[in-house]
Design a protein around this ligand. Structure first.
Ligand SMILES: *Cc1c(COP(=O)(O)O)cnc(C)c1O
Length: 424
């Protein structure tokens, strides 16, 4: 099946007389007939559900669809994109370990790594995504356990050269984890370029209607953990909390996702509600139609914006003269990599605010990548504690506006931008 068909029919496969839409198993627990049946589930000897904090059939059907879309062997849904990033790293790292990460990642992920996981004893080295393989290799240490990057960085728009990062990671015997939230598997499939694990904030385009927060981790099954039994002891060596079971021995290519479920979900419990998974699945059924329209409309708007004399600059990797143009052609199956761009208004911070306040169709919200077009001004919102000098140092010019192009008629959006520019 092609990606378009998988969006609709991947995952839940109803049989005779079963509901066509994935059922919402709103149940904390599942019934068994003998004590031994349940004991086998606790020992991971038999497949099945026993408590929704670990796994739930609705969630699993939707995870299966996302695994199929990414071309992976297994996936797990989490209650947020943040939980997906946390679990993806904690499934491989513990106190004393080290991670190499692209410096251009979602602000929430940056804080998770640089502050929260660091407090737990995991160290991070941040590298420029545009750095040479040699410069990236210099960041590795003997205790490095994985590499992390974002296909299209939110909000900077930098495009990750996945093959470049995968090659350096594999040369050091560690997997590459890629946050593929912005392009979704419809526009980019990171496993094709050597990524080993993909994460998503399904909150964004996958849900697509700003109706619920969620995340997902997909494993390609390509990384051979057993080649490095000491480095990935958590996956290869016997797990004492599961009676000496080795995830790799017992579950082969599913080992990483089984460990995330049986260990991290059991202990940390960031499971999404089955109702949220149901909503996510409704979003996925039209993802292929929506994301291409987002990408097309964004390109139309970006081309128009940069012709406007009051617009100082436009940063969108879909534009033909973007420094990422060649990479975009190689890595993405669409007119542009996503529907999100950044730009600045001549005159700086005050003019950008005036412009945003004049918008009527495009809303001011702390969100991106959904059906309604929206803007955010990091200098006044997400990064408002920083001075103009500090903002520039963080790579966020004070005039920067993040614009997320929704599914409205792009001509209506252009008309709105035009009337707001006229008021500046
Ligand atoms: C929003 C976002 C996240 C975090 O997802 P939440 O669901 O808000 O926790 C992670 N990565 C990227 C690229 C995002 O845009």
């Amino acid at each position: 099946m092609t990606l378009d068909t998988l969006c609709v029919q991947g995952g839940w496969q109803p049989k005779k007389g079963e509901p066509r839409q994935v059922p919402i198993y709103s149940s904390t627990t599942f019934k068994y007939e003998t004590s031994e049946q349940m004991a086998d589930l606790f020992d991971l000897k038999a497949p099945g559900y026993f408590y929704t904090r670990l796994a739930n059939p609705t969630n699993d059907q939707v995870a299966k669809k996302i695994a199929a879309l990414e071309g992976g062997v297994a996936a797990i849904l989490t209650s947020s994109g943040q939980a997906a990033s946390t679990f993806a790293v904690l499934n491989l790292c513990q106190a004393g370990d080290h991670v190499v990460s692209s410096a251009q990642i979602y602000g929430g992920t940056f804080n998770l790594f640089a502050v929260s996981l660091k407090k737990l004893g995991i160290d991070f080295t941040f590298v420029d995504p545009d750095a040479s393989p040699k410069e990236i290799a210099a960041a590795f240490r003997p205790n490095t356990k994985c590499v992390f990057g974002e296909t299209v960085a939110n909000p900077s728009g930098n495009v990750l050269d996945i093959a470049k990062f995968a090659k350096v990671a594999h040369a050091h015997g560690v997997p590459l984890i890629v946050d593929n939230t912005f392009p979704t598997p419809i526009l980019c499939r990171p496993f094709r370029f050597g990524a080993d694990i993909v994460t998503h904030a399904t909150t964004k385009y996958m849900d697509g209607h700003s109706s619920q927060v969620g995340g997902c981790i997909v494993d390609s099954g390509n990384f051979d953990w057993s080649k490095y039994p000491d480095r990935f002891a958590g996956l290869v060596a016997p797990d004492e909390s599961y009676h000496g079971l080795s995830y790799v021995k017992a579950f082969g290519k599913q080992a990483y996702i089984v460990k995330a479920t049986a260990h991290l979900m059991r202990d940390f419990g960031s499971i999404p509600s089955p109702f949220n998974a149901f909503l996510l699945n409704l979003g996925l059924e039209s993802l292929h139609v929506r994301i291409r329209r987002h990408a097309e409309s964004a390109l139309t708007v970006a081309k128009w914006l940069r012709k406007q004399p009051k617009v100082a600059w436009v940063n969108f990797a879909g534009l033909a003269d973007s420094p990422y143009h060649k990479l975009v052609k190689k890595q993405f199956d669409g007119p542009s990599p996503c529907g999100v761009m950044t730009f600045g208004i001549k005159g700086g911070r005050a003019k950008s605010i005036k412009f945003m306040d004049a918008l009527k169709v495009i809303g001011i919200v702390t969100h991106v990548a959904d059906a309604w077009s929206c803007v955010l001004h990091p200098a006044s919102h997400t990064h408002r504690q920083l001075t103009d000098k500090q903002l520039r140092e963080a790579g966020i010019p004070p005039d920067l506006i993040r614009l997320s192009i929704g599914l409205e008629d792009p001509q209506d959006l252009i008309a709105d931008l035009k009337q707001a520019l006229a008021k500046v």
